[in-house]
Ligand binder design. Structure first.
Ligand SMILES: [Zn+2]
Length: 208
């Protein structure tokens, strides 16, 4: 799809006008930029049309006149500003900028995923510690209660590092915990029951 078709299919003149800071009222009218207009006399919708000066066209014409650009440059500006992809010879040069996350962005994503998974886990551990605590001294300990006792403070420590550690400490932790995070994600994806049971029992625990 070339840039003109892509723009035409994906956006209206009204969206373009609004992006470039031209107010359009709720009747779809704007003050015309192409003549000395006082009251809004330009209808702005899929296309634009001024009832006073007869300026008329589509989103590309609008941007072309607004910025004094040739049509193709106007269409490309719209495509870039709205993140619309289209076929052109530089596609392989432009695309990576928009689509591929940088290593920094990728790391940030991994770090926040790591934090989320560990804090969910921590929340479960705290729930389990209460819910599965033995009621009588002779009760056998529930495995989730044991797990909570063993893991809670360590996971809390990891979360502290992720919150308050230096960039290097966080990076090292994220790399170190990569496997653990994957295992936990898998565990909670495979056993959503464990998940639900934890939170619903927590609720009943609070009622007591
Ligand atoms: Zn006009």
């Amino acid at each position: 799809m070339n840039v003109f078709e892509a723009v035409k299919q994906n956006l209206t003149t009204r969206q373009a006008a609004e992006l470039y800071g031209i107010p359009v009222n709720r009747h779809g009218m704007a003050v015309c930029l192409f003549h000395n207009d006082k009251d809004p006399s330009m209808k702005v919708d899929k296309r634009f049309h001024c009832f006073a000066c007869q300026a008329d066209g589509d989103a590309v014409d609008f941007v072309s006149r607004l910025f004094g650009l040739p049509s193709k440059a106007a269409a490309m500006k719209l495509a870039d500003d709205f993140g619309i992809s289209y076929d052109n010879r530089q596609k392989h040069r432009i695309k990576p900028h928009i689509r591929e996350p940088t290593p920094e962005q990728r790391y940030r994503q991994e770090e926040s995923r790591c934090y989320k998974v560990l804090s969910d886990y921590f929340h479960h551990l705290r729930t389990w510690k209460q819910q599965y605590a033995p009621k009588q001294p002779e009760d056998e300990w529930h495995p989730l209660f044991v797990e909570a006792l063993q893991r809670e403070s360590h996971i809390e420590y990891l979360l502290d590092v992720l919150l308050y550690g230096t960039a290097e400490e966080k990076k090292a932790l994220v790399a170190e915990q990569r496997k653990e995070v994957m295992n936990l994600e898998q565990r909670f994806a495979e056993h959503p029951d464990e998940h639900d049971r934890g939170s619903s029992q927590r609720k009943s625990g609070l009622d007591r």
